[in-house]
Design a protein around this ligand. Structure first.
Ligand SMILES: [Zn+2]
Length: 256
């Protein structure tokens, strides 16, 4: 498992930390701040599996660095065998296209059918336009699916209807790549926190609570793409309060 930074991007507190309900820790956040964008690439045997694509050419200079960082690690975009799209938002799909063509032309692209139907409702959106450019490479899944041995795509709805979490079962333990289930580390404590455009906040809270409880009980490693780099850690229960315990690594990319 390798974790690459796509960069960062600015958000407002009103947008990124809705649902705070008087949470004092959230009140201390500035009105505007920067959010990290970390992308996981799995190497399983000879196969490379990229989970989301960052902003690509669709955002400012602070982001869109995924391809550069992949190259620096010797992974050319033509070597990617699978691209998993956790959901349709542009910070996860913008990098699908390079120079108007699929950026990962040899990869099977996979997303949830529910997510496809959701993004189809806004045909003029930039998200839908980039996904459309990889249509010949795209497979839609209707249920939880094992794409290669030990790598499962599991539906975790709320943020969007077809949001996917990737579960990786290894000899060293289970890793959950949770994408946009959580947006900041404090979300592990306050599961009401969500981005303002969360599609179904009630389902979002349900998904977050289920995932936290099960990950804590089973001592699962969690990756969360918008947490400070590398976004890898575990959930611990201290004094009946769930909290984030990061694994500290200080490199541009991380090998596990
Ligand atoms: Zn996101």
């Amino acid at each position: 498992m390798m974790i690459f930074s796509d960069g960062q991007f600015p958000v407002t507190k009103d947008f990124f930390l809705a649902g705070a309900n008087g949470d004092r820790e959230v009140e201390c956040f500035p009105d505007e701040f920067e959010v990290a964008l970390n992308v996981v690439c799995l190497q399983i045997g000879s196969k490379y599996i990229l989970i989301d694509t960052g902003f690509g050419e669709t955002a400012g200079q602070e982001s869109g660095h995924l391809l550069t960082h992949l190259n620096q690690s010797g992974i050319h975009r033509h070597m990617i065998d699978y691209v998993v799209l956790s959901h349709s938002h542009l910070d996860h799909t913008g990098g699908l296209v390079k120079n108007e063509k699929p950026a990962f032309p040899n990869a099977v692209h996979i997303m949830s059918k529910k997510e496809w139907l959701y993004s189809e409702q806004t045909p003029d959106s930039r998200e839908f336009k980039v996904i459309n450019k990889v249509l010949p490479l795209l497979i839609l899944i209707e249920e939880d699916t094992e794409i290669v041995p030990g790598v499962w795509l599991k539906h975790t709805p709320g943020h969007t209807p077809g949001h996917l979490t990737v579960e990786v079962r290894t000899n060293h333990g289970v890793y959950l790549i949770t994408n946009d289930v959580f947006n900041i580390p404090h979300s592990i404590f306050n599961t009401s926190l969500r981005v303002v455009l969360e599609e179904d906040p009630v389902q979002g809270i349900r998904t977050r609570n289920q995932l936290i409880q099960s990950a804590c009980e089973k001592q699962v490693f969690i990756h969360s793409c918008h947490f400070p780099y590398p976004g890898l850690g575990m959930i611990e229960n201290k004094n009946s309060r769930y909290q984030w315990k990061p694994i500290d690594v200080y490199h541009d990319s991380l090998d596990i």
